[in-house]
Write a protein that binds this ligand. Sequence first.
Ligand code: FE
Length: 197
Amino acid sequence: MAFQQPQLPYALDALQPFLSREQMMYHYEKHQAAYFKKLNALVEGKPEAGMPLRELIIKSPPGPVFNNAAQAWNHTFFWNCMTPSGSGEPQGKLMEAIRRDFGSLKDFQKTFAEAAVGLFGSGWAWLTADKQGKLAIMPLGNAGTPLKEGKEPVLTIDVWEHAYYIDYRNERPKFAEAFWQKANWDFAEKCFADAVK
Ligand code: FE
Protein backbone atom coordinates (compact mmCIF):
# COMPACT_ATOMS: atom_id res chain seq x y z
CA MET A 1 0.00 0.00 0.00
CA ALA A 2 1.25 3.43 -0.91
CA PHE A 3 -0.11 5.30 2.09
CA GLN A 4 -0.11 3.84 5.60
CA GLN A 5 -2.34 5.17 8.35
CA PRO A 6 -0.01 6.27 11.18
CA GLN A 7 -0.45 4.85 14.67
CA LEU A 8 -2.66 6.91 16.95
CA PRO A 9 -0.24 8.75 19.30
CA TYR A 10 -2.12 7.47 22.39
CA ALA A 11 -4.55 4.71 23.35
CA LEU A 12 -8.14 4.83 22.10
CA ASP A 13 -9.40 5.52 25.61
CA ALA A 14 -6.69 8.04 26.54
CA LEU A 15 -8.75 11.16 25.80
CA GLN A 16 -11.58 10.25 28.17
CA PRO A 17 -13.76 11.89 29.37
CA PHE A 18 -13.48 14.36 26.46
CA LEU A 19 -13.80 11.54 23.91
CA SER A 20 -14.85 7.99 24.73
CA ARG A 21 -13.08 4.89 23.53
CA GLU A 22 -16.04 4.14 21.27
CA GLN A 23 -15.95 7.63 19.73
CA MET A 24 -12.22 7.39 19.07
CA MET A 25 -12.47 3.80 17.82
CA TYR A 26 -15.01 4.73 15.15
CA HIS A 27 -13.16 7.88 14.22
CA TYR A 28 -9.68 6.36 13.95
CA GLU A 29 -10.35 2.74 13.00
CA LYS A 30 -13.35 3.32 10.73
CA HIS A 31 -13.38 6.87 9.37
CA GLN A 32 -9.70 7.71 8.99
CA ALA A 33 -8.88 4.13 7.98
CA ALA A 34 -11.48 4.37 5.21
CA TYR A 35 -9.88 7.53 3.78
CA PHE A 36 -6.53 5.71 3.56
CA LYS A 37 -8.16 2.65 2.02
CA LYS A 38 -9.99 4.71 -0.64
CA LEU A 39 -6.90 6.79 -1.37
CA ASN A 40 -4.77 3.68 -1.88
CA ALA A 41 -7.35 2.22 -4.23
CA LEU A 42 -7.51 5.48 -6.22
CA VAL A 43 -3.74 5.84 -6.73
CA GLU A 44 -2.86 2.17 -7.22
CA GLY A 45 -0.39 1.82 -10.09
CA LYS A 46 -0.26 5.60 -10.67
CA PRO A 47 2.63 8.06 -10.12
CA GLU A 48 0.66 9.65 -7.28
CA ALA A 49 1.28 6.49 -5.27
CA GLY A 50 4.93 7.48 -4.94
CA MET A 51 4.36 11.04 -3.75
CA PRO A 52 4.55 12.22 -0.14
CA LEU A 53 1.00 12.69 1.14
CA ARG A 54 1.46 16.40 1.74
CA GLU A 55 2.71 16.97 -1.81
CA LEU A 56 -0.14 14.91 -3.24
CA ILE A 57 -2.66 17.13 -1.42
CA ILE A 58 -1.05 20.34 -2.69
CA LYS A 59 -0.87 19.10 -6.28
CA SER A 60 -4.25 17.35 -6.57
CA PRO A 61 -7.14 19.13 -8.29
CA PRO A 62 -10.54 19.01 -6.57
CA GLY A 63 -11.90 15.46 -6.69
CA PRO A 64 -11.72 12.06 -5.00
CA VAL A 65 -7.90 11.84 -4.72
CA PHE A 66 -7.71 15.26 -3.09
CA ASN A 67 -10.67 14.53 -0.79
CA ASN A 68 -9.30 11.25 0.51
CA ALA A 69 -5.68 12.43 0.72
CA ALA A 70 -6.62 15.59 2.60
CA GLN A 71 -8.93 13.73 4.95
CA ALA A 72 -6.21 11.15 5.66
CA TRP A 73 -3.69 13.91 6.44
CA ASN A 74 -6.09 16.21 8.33
CA HIS A 75 -7.02 13.44 10.76
CA THR A 76 -3.41 12.60 11.58
CA PHE A 77 -2.83 16.30 12.24
CA PHE A 78 -5.95 16.41 14.42
CA TRP A 79 -4.84 13.41 16.55
CA ASN A 80 -1.64 15.31 17.26
CA CYS A 81 -3.61 18.39 18.30
CA MET A 82 -4.85 16.47 21.34
CA THR A 83 -2.92 14.92 24.21
CA PRO A 84 -4.18 12.80 27.11
CA SER A 85 -2.96 15.14 29.85
CA GLY A 86 -3.80 18.37 28.03
CA SER A 87 -0.92 20.81 27.96
CA GLY A 88 -2.36 23.84 29.73
CA GLU A 89 -1.69 27.05 27.84
CA PRO A 90 0.53 27.90 24.89
CA GLN A 91 3.91 29.36 25.75
CA GLY A 92 6.60 31.48 24.18
CA LYS A 93 6.33 32.80 20.64
CA LEU A 94 2.96 31.20 19.93
CA MET A 95 1.41 32.81 23.01
CA GLU A 96 2.91 36.16 21.97
CA ALA A 97 1.41 35.78 18.49
CA ILE A 98 -2.00 34.80 19.92
CA ARG A 99 -2.01 37.91 22.12
CA ARG A 100 -0.91 40.09 19.21
CA ASP A 101 -3.45 38.72 16.71
CA PHE A 102 -6.44 37.91 18.94
CA GLY A 103 -5.98 40.02 22.10
CA SER A 104 -5.80 37.14 24.58
CA LEU A 105 -5.90 33.35 24.74
CA LYS A 106 -9.55 33.54 25.88
CA ASP A 107 -10.47 35.76 22.93
CA PHE A 108 -8.72 33.37 20.56
CA GLN A 109 -10.50 30.35 22.05
CA LYS A 110 -13.86 32.09 21.75
CA THR A 111 -13.33 33.04 18.10
CA PHE A 112 -11.94 29.60 17.24
CA ALA A 113 -14.94 27.87 18.87
CA GLU A 114 -17.32 30.23 17.02
CA ALA A 115 -15.65 29.28 13.73
CA ALA A 116 -15.96 25.57 14.61
CA VAL A 117 -19.60 25.85 15.64
CA GLY A 118 -20.55 28.25 12.86
CA LEU A 119 -19.18 26.14 10.01
CA PHE A 120 -22.19 24.93 8.05
CA GLY A 121 -22.08 21.18 7.53
CA SER A 122 -18.91 19.10 7.69
CA GLY A 123 -15.39 20.45 7.89
CA TRP A 124 -12.56 21.71 10.04
CA ALA A 125 -11.70 24.83 12.01
CA TRP A 126 -8.00 25.66 11.69
CA LEU A 127 -5.56 27.98 13.37
CA THR A 128 -3.03 28.81 10.67
CA ALA A 129 0.16 30.80 10.34
CA ASP A 130 1.73 32.46 7.32
CA LYS A 131 5.49 32.66 6.84
CA GLN A 132 5.64 35.93 8.78
CA GLY A 133 3.97 34.25 11.75
CA LYS A 134 0.65 36.05 11.33
CA LEU A 135 -2.09 33.85 12.77
CA ALA A 136 -5.56 33.39 11.30
CA ILE A 137 -8.60 31.24 11.97
CA MET A 138 -9.87 29.43 8.89
CA PRO A 139 -13.07 27.39 8.89
CA LEU A 140 -12.86 25.07 5.86
CA GLY A 141 -15.64 22.79 4.64
CA ASN A 142 -15.42 19.07 3.87
CA ALA A 143 -11.78 18.02 3.28
CA GLY A 144 -10.53 21.63 3.35
CA THR A 145 -6.95 22.04 4.52
CA PRO A 146 -4.70 25.10 4.91
CA LEU A 147 -2.00 23.27 2.91
CA LYS A 148 -4.09 24.12 -0.14
CA GLU A 149 -4.30 27.80 0.84
CA GLY A 150 -0.56 28.29 1.22
CA LYS A 151 -0.85 28.46 5.02
CA GLU A 152 0.69 26.27 7.67
CA PRO A 153 -1.68 24.54 10.07
CA VAL A 154 -1.02 25.15 13.76
CA LEU A 155 -4.10 23.61 15.42
CA THR A 156 -7.34 22.07 14.24
CA ILE A 157 -10.63 20.61 15.38
CA ASP A 158 -12.60 18.18 13.24
CA VAL A 159 -16.25 19.25 13.19
CA TRP A 160 -17.63 16.54 10.96
CA GLU A 161 -20.53 14.98 12.90
CA HIS A 162 -18.63 11.68 12.95
CA ALA A 163 -16.03 13.40 15.18
CA TYR A 164 -18.43 13.93 18.10
CA TYR A 165 -21.85 12.39 17.49
CA ILE A 166 -21.38 9.29 19.69
CA ASP A 167 -20.39 11.39 22.71
CA TYR A 168 -22.08 14.74 22.11
CA ARG A 169 -24.93 13.91 19.71
CA ASN A 170 -26.03 17.18 18.08
CA GLU A 171 -24.14 19.41 20.53
CA ARG A 172 -21.18 20.64 18.56
CA PRO A 173 -20.68 23.67 20.88
CA LYS A 174 -20.10 21.36 23.89
CA PHE A 175 -17.59 19.31 21.91
CA ALA A 176 -15.77 22.47 20.77
CA GLU A 177 -15.63 23.81 24.31
CA ALA A 178 -14.39 20.52 25.83
CA PHE A 179 -11.62 20.31 23.20
CA TRP A 180 -9.48 22.75 25.23
CA GLN A 181 -9.18 20.17 28.06
CA LYS A 182 -7.03 18.02 25.79
CA ALA A 183 -5.53 20.57 23.38
CA ASN A 184 -1.89 19.85 22.63
CA TRP A 185 -0.22 23.25 22.78
CA ASP A 186 3.23 21.68 22.68
CA PHE A 187 2.40 20.36 19.22
CA ALA A 188 0.90 23.71 18.14
CA GLU A 189 4.05 25.53 19.29
CA LYS A 190 6.18 23.19 17.23
CA CYS A 191 3.99 23.72 14.15
CA PHE A 192 4.14 27.48 14.64
CA ALA A 193 7.94 27.39 14.97
CA ASP A 194 8.19 25.32 11.75
CA ALA A 195 5.84 27.71 9.91
CA VAL A 196 8.05 30.76 10.50
CA LYS A 197 11.40 29.02 9.86
FE1 FE B 1 -13.12 13.07 11.18
